[in-house]
Design a protein around this ligand. Sequence first.
Ligand code: ADE
Length: 241
Amino acid sequence: MRIDILTLFPSMFSGPFDESIVNRAIDRNLVSIMIHNLRDWGIGKHRVVDDYPFGGGTGMLMKPEPLFEATAAIKKESAHPSAPVILLSPQGRVFNQGIAAELATLDQFILICGHYEGIDERVREHLATDEISIGDYVLTGGEPAAIVVVDAVVRQLPGVLGSEESAKDDSHTGSLLEYPQYTRPQTYEGWEVPEVLLSGDHAKIAKWRREQAILRTLSRRPDLLDKANLSPEERKLISHN
Ligand code: ADE
């Protein structure tokens, strides 16, 4: 997979993508992440990328030309010229595990990080093919959102996680939150690990984990249960709790 990121602040990505699982995926050639400095497509000697809004108002807007030209340059040398162009903005559809899974099937996608007070509307209308928000709050720019999206997508790519850190039990996979987990020591400050986890009975443990995931989702995020794939007995468990 190839991910291209258009940004005015390329250095914001050096920490997050140089560490941990995303970095390992890059090293193993499972993903290539190209950071493009929009300033390189800025206009004139001063490489201008922003301008005042028509009609007045506070703050500056990102000009359209650098974004259109940068995207065209990426597409020109791309093996996948129909790759989606995703604008990160608080106005987009709200990101979730399903969207991450959707993006994880692509060969390539391009992320545009908005900045300043906003972006010329023609980018939204004629360049972006999708718009994603990472939640109902406003960030100073799209960069942290791009980091979130890349992280959630990359960990779903085949081969990125080892089998022992598999994504299949992740919270939100199958619309349930993850069951509680424990490691050593067995007793800490008098707090015990649930007995069932020490039983060695794998079927019993799997049943307990499934029930815990359902009960936890019921108490914390009941809205997720509508989409969850539950058996009739599991539906019964919910109605009794
Ligand atoms: N840019 C500013 N706020 C954002 C958000 N919530 N999601 C994605 N991009 C953003």
